[in-house]
Design a protein around this ligand. Structure first.
Ligand code: ADP
Length: 371
């Protein structure tokens, strides 16, 4: 009947101010022949906390009303102590709201006083212990995964950083060779050197983008209220040389304050506006950012009148290294939009593109207000 049949007795702490109820729980626990229980008891929350710290119980049976506070208060304080213990809240009939609140706060299960004599008691405790153990395991795995990711990201960061120095040296030697040997080398050999330099620069850009990618994913940024208007302005200032060179017009609707990861959201604006400039057609670029309040989220659109994208490519462009052009046509690493996708997903939003080849594209981003 029970999923768990441990060799060691299970430790149960009963926090209940009614002497009769404690007596009832004790009898039910001791009567069970499948599993042995070691029982600790108290009639108040304060001593309950001390006993839980000292004995590390597998399960706490908690009354919702105690002489020195509510069961809810106990759960709050207990959580601060970082316990992986199952808490089963005992409520009265009709107290479902209290039960739901307790579950939100971290109780694993609840049981009504009236259902205890029906034999649900032991089963509820065993289920709660099993669930708390699984939950604890998931938390441990998550922590390990975070640590591994962090180590991997630091490794990628260091390697990328170290790779940049030799590349810089190759570029310098290419330049020196071009300068010093220009009399001895014919046009073809000079062309080879130029191609070397171009490829080194491409690799440098690739490393830079990989660094941005890893920073976007792994940086320990906190969310805060960010004025998207300011983000837009800063990005436009940064892109000023490209804007001037192309004669582009860039406008924006008034943009809201949204709880976001500031560095990441800026990267999103940078990539989308940067692409709108880069993938321009023959016409003078007209780029606009729009924002519609959709209630639970904002819908941002980044619109351009550039070369556009064929329907069949619209999904793939968000995958890393996916490019629709050769380096000779338009330079790039194919990481920009995958970075945008990661950023939007970190905000629990969605990103997609709509486009008409030859007329332009719209990149749409849904950004939940809750952050
Ligand atoms: P990159 O620009 O480095 O190639 P991205 O991930 O930013 O990488 O973009 C992937 C591909 O999507 C680009 O190669 C390009 O073909 C297409 N693309 C992105 N933005 C636009 C745009 N605004 N207009 C047309 N094509 C675009």
């Amino acid at each position: 009947m029970n999923q768990l049949a441990p060799d060691e007795p299970l430790k149960v702490l009963v926090i209940e101010d009614s002497e009769e109820d404690r007596e009832l729980y004790r009898r039910l626990l001791e009567k069970n022949s499948d599993i042995q229980f070691t029982i600790y008891e108290t009639d108040n929350a304060k001593e309950g906390l001390e006993l839980s710290k000292k004995n590390r119980p597998d399960c706490i049976i908690l009354d919702y009303q105690l002489p020195d506070g509510t069961g809810m208060d106990f759960i709050q304080s207990f959580k601060h102590n970082g316990g992986a213990t199952a808490i089963v809240m005992v409520t009265g009939q009709g107290n479902e709201r209290t039960a739901v609140e307790a579950l939100h706060l971290g109780a694993v299960d609840y049981i009504t006083k009236e259902s205890i004599p029906d034999g649900f008691f032991i089963q509820s405790i065993m289920n709660a212990i099993e669930r708390a153990r699984l939950k604890n395991q998931v938390v441990q795995y998550q922590r390990e995964l975070e640590k591994t990711n962090q180590a991997l990201s630091e490794f990628a960061h260091t390697v990328s950083h170290d790779l940049k120095a030799p590349l810089r040296h190759i570029t310098s030697y290419c330049d020196l060779l071009k300068e010093d040997a220009k009399e001895q080398l014919d046009g073809k050999k000079m062309e080879y050197i130029s191609r070397m330099s171009v490829n080194v620069r491409r690799m440098q850009r690739m490393i830079d983008d990989l660094l941005i990618y890893s920073r976007v994913i792994h940086s320990r940024e906190e969310k805060r209220e960010v004025a998207l208007n300011l983000v837009f302005q800063e990005v436009v200032e940064e892109l000023d040389p490209a804007i001037k060179a192309s004669g582009a017009h860039i406008t924006s609707d008034p943009l809201p304050l949204v709880k976001t990861y500031p560095v990441r959201i800026r990267q999103l604006f940078q990539n989308l506006i940067g692409n709108a400039l880069k993938y321009r057609g023959e016409k003078t670029p007209e780029i606009s950012v729009h924002c519609v309040d959709k209630g639970a989220y904002y819908l941002l659109s980044f619109e351009d009148n550039g070369i556009g994208i064929e329907e069949k490519h619209l999904k793939n462009i968000f995958k890393p290294f996916e490019r629709l052009h050769s380096q000779e046509q338009i330079e790039g690493t194919g990481l920009g939009l995958s970075i945008c996708k990661k950023v939007v997903e970190m905000h629990n939003g969605r990103i997609w593109a709509e486009s008409t080849p030859g007329e332009g594209s719209v990149f749409k981003v849904s950004l939940p207000k809750t952050g």
